[in-house]
Design a binder for this molecule. Structure first.
Ligand code: ADP
Length: 159
C-alpha cells in the first residue's frame, strides 16, 4: 500500500492544493493531508478551522484523510508508515525552497522521498497568501478556492 503524506499550512486550502490532492491519489493508494499548526506564520485560520475547511473540501474524494502533525515531518511520515512526501511545484520560485526542504528531510532520514507534482496551469500562480490578500479587500476568489473556503473568507473579513 502506497501512502502519500501531503504536508502544509493550508491557510486556507485552495483549488491549487485540491488539484494536487486529486493528482496525488492517482499515484498513491491513500493520501493524508497533514496540517501543520505553523504558529510562527501567524495563520489567519485556526488549526481547527483549517482542518474543518479541508475536510469539507475533500469530502467527495475517496482514500483521502486529514490529520495534524506538529513534530519533525520525517518522524511523522515514519510513524505513519508513509511511502513519500507529496509537495507541489508551481512557478520556478518554489524550486529552490522545496529542494532545500527535501534534501534536509533526506539528511534527517536517508529513506525519505519527496514526490513533486505540478498543478494545472491555471493554479500555477495561486497561493494562500494571494487569496487572503484579494479577499481582505473584498475581491472575488470564486474559482480559486473551494466554496466552503470562499464562504469562510467572506466571514473572516466581514465582506
Ligand atoms: P507550507 O507552509 O508548507 O508552504 P502551504 O500550505 O503554503 O504550506 O503549501 C503546501 C504545499 O502545497 C506546498 O508543497 C506548496 O508548494 C503546495 N501548493 C501551494 N499552493 C499550490 C498551488 N496553487 N498548486 C500546487 N501546489 C501548491
Amino acid at each position: 500500500m502506497k501512502l502519500g503524506i501531503y504536508p502544509g499550512t493550508f491557510d486556507p486550502f485552495t483549488n491549487g492544493h485540491l488539484d494536487l490532492v486529486v493528482r496525488g491519489i492517482r499515484i498513491f493508494d491513500e493520501l493524508v493531508i497533514a496540517v501543520a499548526p505553523s504558529t510562527n506564520k501567524k495563520p489567519l485560520f485556526t488549526l481547527e478551522e483549517r482542518i474543518a475547511l479541508i475536510k469539507e473540501s475533500v469530502a467527495d474524494l475517496k482514500n483521502v484523510r486529514v490529520d495534524i502533525f506538529s513534530s519533525l515531518l520525517v518522524d511523522y511520515v515514519k510513524g505513519k508508515g508513509g511511502t513519500a512526501i507529496l509537495r507541489g511545484l508551481r512557478a520556478v520560485s518554489d524550486f529552490e525552497y522545496e529542494l532545500q526542504i527535501a534534501l534536509m528531510n533526506r539528511r534527517l532520514d536517508h529513506d525519505s522521498e519527496t514526490v513533486f507534482m505540478m498543478p494545472s496551469e491555471e493554479y500555477s500562480f495561486l497561493s494562500s497568501t494571494i487569496v487572503k490578500e484579494v479577499a481582505s479587500f473584498g475581491g472575488s476568489v470564486s474559482g480559486l478556492v473551494p466554496p466552503p473556503v470562499e464562504k469562510a473568507l467572506r466571514e473572516k473579513y466581514g465582506k
